[in-house]
Design a protein around this ligand. Sequence first.
Ligand code: AMP
Length: 545
Amino acid sequence: MLTGRMMDFPLTITHLLERARTYFGRSEIVSRLPDKSLHRYTFTDFYRRTCKLAQALTRLGVKPGDRVASLCWNHSRHLELYFGVPAMGAVLHTLNLRLHPNDLAYIARHAEDRILVVDRSLLPLLEKFIASVPSVEHVIVIPDDGPAPEGRLDYEKLLAPEQDSFAFPTLEERSAAMLCYTSGTTGNPKGVLYSHRSCVLHTLVECMNDTLGVSESDTLLPVVPMFHAAAWGLPFSAVFAGSKVVFPGPHLDPQSILDLMVAERVTVAAGVPTIWLGILALMDQEPKRWDLRSVRSMVIGGAAAPPAMIEGFLHRHGLVVTHAWGMTEMNPVGTLARPRRQHENAPQAERLALRATQGYAVPFVEVRHVSDAGQVLPWDGETMGELEVRGPWVASSYYGGEGADRFTSDGWFKTGDVVTLDAEGYVRITDRSKDVIKSGGEWISSVALENALMAHPAVLEAAVFAAKDAKWDERPLAAVVFKPGQSASKEELAAHLEKSFVKWWLPDDYVFIPQIPRTSTGKFLKTKLREEYGEHLVKQQRQNG
Ligand code: AMP
């Protein structure tokens, strides 16, 4: 091999940080605090405080590779951790504040966190599990809603005496930068250890015009929590590009988000469908109240964005949704839905349908789908199989080695998502493999049924899941939440579905509930629905003799 003669310059988060200091010192970072006031400072302030943080952690004995955990909302001090910890060579481990204390204890023990940084407003949660995590030597309290209690280290007091410059070490690009745990609904959460290189490459691609196009002129609002798959990489992209960043803190209700979008003239906002469903409902009630002309893209992912929602935002409010698919195991963006030039003259309905798919793979991510028997399937838009991915920001194993069966011998990661792929590469998720409904040996897509139900004018949300059936093994059952003050009969819902589906796909029954149970990251918790209603049809059948 003739080796190229170019510098072996490491791709590290440190470079993103130094670039922000050099060129974008005046960009702003705005955070909403628990009392709803806004805190703002510049990238110059941010850089200086990141240096102070790195020194303070060094003083506490943090060494390269050590895990520093955060239990925080989205705000500027969390961003300081996002950069200061990896740039000093340590690893930021983001803890999900929506998890049960037992899960948090398990994860923090598994990660062997040495330092834990927590928002003061989250101390009641911390107190429920910290005693069972012996590896944690210091708890540092961010005084977000008042001073740190006696006996605990205060983040501000810790930073105060430090210098505002720091000689960040030169790091290997393959060294670990962040540790994120999956929010597995079955089995223990598993750790995914991102490298500097994976974060940087992901950032570059996220800033491409044909993906999210994050740029210096943007104002980003990551509603997606910084504890969920690195807030989809947006904190890194914002600092790299020099964008203004707006953090919502703990205020995630639709009105607070909308007010913030207007006040700060947000251009790109990102979050899970639940957040956007609430926002759409509110905007429909008061269509003229919020002037969102600054918004160029609303990024929705983490669970399937219902087509009716994408259409509602576009047609009723002129807002464009960018539907994205990703996973904690991938840093996390994998595919993104944008119509391409060849679709320019396609009818609007067709373009909208493309926007509702999970999209096609972003650069450096490769996809394929395989049958149960491991056979690679055709890209025909019809054949369902499990999606597999590979690329420079796909996990090569889990931290700790669990889940080895998710990695194939020929170098792919098994996502657990059941999909079709069409000739143009668009991925359509039909299910999680454990949620797929197997009726008489045939597969029924719960996602397709849910999307159609959510297009009914009276339906706010719907989850379709497998219920046991004496004859067919499993049959679909739908759990439906109506919009306030609205309802529809089972017959009406069935008639609505019949327009789009063959008869044997239609749910055998509907249960009307006040809300769909959710996971800690906002996905439908179908295990809970199955637990509760799994025997529903069998019981009905028994009653009917
Ligand atoms: P997480 O690791 O928590 O981000 O969860 C990843 C999983 O969320 C994926 O494997 C999918 O099952 C689901 N998911 C993420 N984005 C989407 C999307 N746009 N549409 C459907 N499912 C999604």
